[in-house]
Write a protein that binds this ligand. Sequence first.
Ligand SMILES: [Fe+2]
Length: 238
Amino acid sequence: MIQIHNFENPFPQLIQKIFENKYEFYGELDNLHEILETPLISNDDKEYHKQIHGWKTDRNSIFIRDFHEYVDNNAIFNETYHEFIKTYVQPLFPHETNIVIQKTPNIRYSFPEAAAIGCDPNDPENIIGLHCDSNFGHNENEMNIVVPITKMFSTNSIFYEPTINSKIHPMNFENLVIEPNQFLQAYFNKLLHCNRINQTNKTRISFDIRVIPYSKYMENLDFFKGTKFELGKYYIVL
Ligand SMILES: [Fe+2]
């Protein structure tokens, strides 16, 4: 359900470049929130990052836009991403010749006093965005990969139930503690997971990537055809 793998992480130095080039930020990435105190960020964007958002607007961050602009203009990102998948993720599915992956990883930022995902009106107290991915229409054959760009720990990280339908209260979920030289493989399609308000004074940055074995994708072709999860739009085959 949950496995942690060691690897050589090429992404932090690429992500660092985004903020060096755009904001002349040369600090540690887990201090990225310091940029929010500078005039380089508009007041609207500052305000945005001081709040917890609902699901619909939780992707409007200027830093998420910066990431997508970088991906669109620097072929090195996709080369590195595909190399990572082939070297470290494909071997997790030894019986598959191909795998289907998210075309671009989701990047998550959890800034101090905020959270990396949106909240839900039904969230229990002190819990942000309790869900499993199947709640959002994702196919049950998906596996989740989480790649830390900065260390993930305590309230800047993810909380998850250890087994499906555990009935454990989210305040008692497991806390993911993971270093940037490790990545997580998890079945978040069915395992409930959530965030909390980041009460560490460190920003967390991470990628999450959804992966489907190609044979399972083909078996469920009717599910994918014509949905937002279609190949070429949301997913690509490697
Ligand atoms: Fe999720």
